[in-house]
Design a protein around this ligand. Sequence first.
Ligand SMILES: [Ca+2]
Ligand SMILES: [Ca+2]
Length: 224
Amino acid sequence: MKKFLLFAAALLAMNVSAQNVVLTEDFDGEEIPWMVVDADGDGNNWGIGQWTSDENTTNCAYSNSYINNVGAVTPDNWLISPAFTLGANGKLTFDVKGQDPSYAAEHYGVYVTENVEAENFSAEDYTSLYEAESTAAWENIEVDMAAYEGKTVRVAFRHWNITDMFIIKMDNIKVTDETNTAISDVRVNEQDSNVWYDLQGRKYNEKPAAAGLYINNGKKVLVK
Ligand SMILES: [Ca+2]
Ligand SMILES: [Ca+2]
């Protein structure tokens, strides 16, 4: 038998933030899956490599500033993501490391462009978001992209302004954003474990079948 409990109109105002993965790349395939540009034109560019001596034994993307049996090179190599559209609070994270502990300080930068036409690469279209030197240990770097909310962009990793180190390695590139779901002014006049409300305040007399956020018994419940 249904039991209805009346209680004072409850004003529920909740802000629920859900993180979405917009883009992810682990470079674990055999070929580089992103656009690469050899802007210095020396024929050497980003590739896929695996170093079994490394604590990270999966494949990663790499670029040289010194090549065994060739010598020092002066890279200006670009590793460019597919285009993606960012929501609120966009964030880019990636892992980076210099291969040789004695020659680990590779210079690199992270760039963004709103000119997403792949065939029209021009360095002038790219805006710098971050610039640093790699170290001998894997570092996880976070770059704020909140300023690009609502924009369709590509991000690029540039290895340049360095020579005669050895190899820079990049892995686990991830872009996330957030969806803000405001639940406001949902007035619940009866409390019953069988009564559910969605975020628009619509009432259901049983647990909704569709996935989403609901209010049940005065609590927010995620139905999967
Ligand atoms: Ca990997
Ligand atoms: Ca090159």
